[in-house]
Design a protein. Structure first.
Length: 183
């Protein structure tokens, strides 16, 4: 631990931390869990984090350099925070790497499913119903509303540049109108 005091801090670390905080903050909006009926569990919060991170990463990867580099830094920050969260939940040191591998597989699998769905491979509603709502047939309406939110977010991200994302000015729409809440 003491040796960390002598290392130089990455000059982009503050920017990446702010970006992670913005992504995570958007994923924790109460409307997703109340009116949107996403499970307010560790798994449900993970799924909403994946959606918001996916949308941010998707745009960063589409931008010219240094967009893809910031995307990788954001991925690293997400997994650093997930590792920390597992340890805070009391997951033992021996089990954490296995859980992280499982979470990484889930993260990238869901991101691929959302990307494929946005490209027309399957209805986005189906991917969201399967991942966020564990396939619950009675939540198809919420999955459709979440899909509309994701599409609108993707469209908004397509219109922003690197500087806005690097400054953590993320164009996520307010979730309330999508789930029948107040705008």
């Amino acid at each position: 631990m003491i040796f960390g005091l002598f290392r130089r801090r990455d000059p982009n670390a503050d920017m990446v931390d702010r970006l992670y905080a913005a992504v995570a903050g958007h994923s924790r909006e109460p409307a997703f869990y109340h009116e949107g009926r996403a499970p307010d569990t560790v798994e449900g919060r993970f799924d909403l984090l994946v959606i918001h991170a996916f949308l941010t990463l998707r745009r960063l990867k589409a931008l010219p350099a240094p967009g893809p580099d910031l995307a990788q830094d954001l991925v690293d920050a997400i997994f650093k925070h997930l590792d920390h969260a597992l340890r805070e939940l009391g997951v033992g040191d021996v089990v954490v790497p296995k859980r992280m591998k499982t979470m990484a597989s889930a993260f990238f699998g869901r991101a691929k499913a959302y990307e494929d769905a946005l490209n027309g491979a399957e209805p986005l509603e189906d991917a969201i119903l399967r991942n966020v709502y564990a396939g619950a047939a009675d939540l198809q309406s919420e999955a459709a509303q979440m899909a509309r939110y994701v599409r609108d977010s993707a469209d908004a991200f397509d219109r922003v540049g690197f500087d806005d994302i690097a400054a953590a000015r993320l164009p996520f729409p307010a979730p309330d109108p999508y789930f029948g809440g107040r705008p």
